[in-house]
Design a protein around this ligand. Structure first.
Ligand code: APR
Length: 233
């Protein structure tokens, strides 16, 4: 077993072949929605029902898709490699369903909902919890409205301390399917580079931060990632 410490950061591109639209590709989610209308705390304040329904639709869709060979190849490598940290910007649960149980979700998760009062999160994926009407929490004496457990623009990504510690200590930093537009995730390659790690990118097209990587593989993750991961087995 290799002793190299590997950190993998995934983005929307890894779930594209499962049928979940990315954000910034031609047919991406942000083509049809303004980020400010659905993915900010201000949007939630101004029109919570619109935001709620946007995320409820995404939660329902998540249950209809399956992990693809890229998710499976990463889960397979993680099972054989005890020094692998998987960080995702994705809010779907496809890494978990492929077998990666310790995925770090820096931008939150669709499967959980968060109480607005206590901040507690709970898995809420029963059929009656996927409706277009608001839901309330199971934690407060007087049930409070819950919000999507998503990190919106203007909010702090989750687990940053743990993430920086892993990236600063890694030997290999691999990014799969991310356009490099959203910070701090997009800046992690620089942290890895400063720490002396080899930085590898697997993406359909060259993203804006492609120059920051020592090795770039262009193509569909489901098709090329399994072969690229062979070197780490
Ligand atoms: N395989 C590999 N890469 C792909 C594939 C594929 N099959 N399909 C698309 N891609 C690439 C695109 O070329 C693009 O560079 O995936 C990238 C997806 O970029 P974005 O849509 O910007 O997604 P991401 O980088 O994950 O976005 C970051 O932005 O809106 C927020 O919070 C949201 O976590 C998200 C963050």
């Amino acid at each position: 077993m290799s002793k190299k410490r590997i950190v993998v950061l995934t983005g929307a591109g890894i779930s594209a072949e499962s049928g979940i639209r990315t954000f910034r590709d031609g047919d991406g989610l942000w083509e049809e929605h303004r980020i400010e209308d659905v993915a900010t705390p201000q949007a939630w304040q101004a029109d919570p029902m619109f935001v709620w329904r946007f995320y409820q639709a995404r939660r329902r869709q998540m249950l209809e898709v399956e992990p693809n060979p890229a998710h499976k190849a990463l889960a397979d490598l993680a099972a054989r490699h005890d020094e692998l940290t998987l960080i995702t910007q994705n809010v779907d649960d496809l890494h978990e369903r492929a077998g990666n149980t310790s995925t770090i979700h820096m931008h939150g998760q669709l499967k959980t909902l968060r109480c607005e009062e206590s901040g507690r999160t709970e898995i809420r994926l029963e059929e009656h919890e996927l409706i277009d009407e608001f839901l309330t929490c199971n934690c407060c004496a007087v049930a409070q409205r819950v919000r999507p457990d998503i990190v919106w623009f203007g909010e702090m990504p989750m687990y940053m301390e743990e993430i920086y510690a892993a990236v600063e200590a890694c030997d290999i930093f691999l990014v799969v399917g991310s356009s490099g537009h959203v910070y701090p995730a997009a800046g992690l390659v620089n942290v890895a580079h400063s720490a002396g790690a080899k930085t590898i990118l697997v993406n359909l097209e060259a993203p804006i931060n492609a120059d920051a990587f020592t090795e770039v593989h262009l193509g569909k993750a489901g098709e090329i990632l399994p072969g690229i991961l062979e070197q780490f087995r």
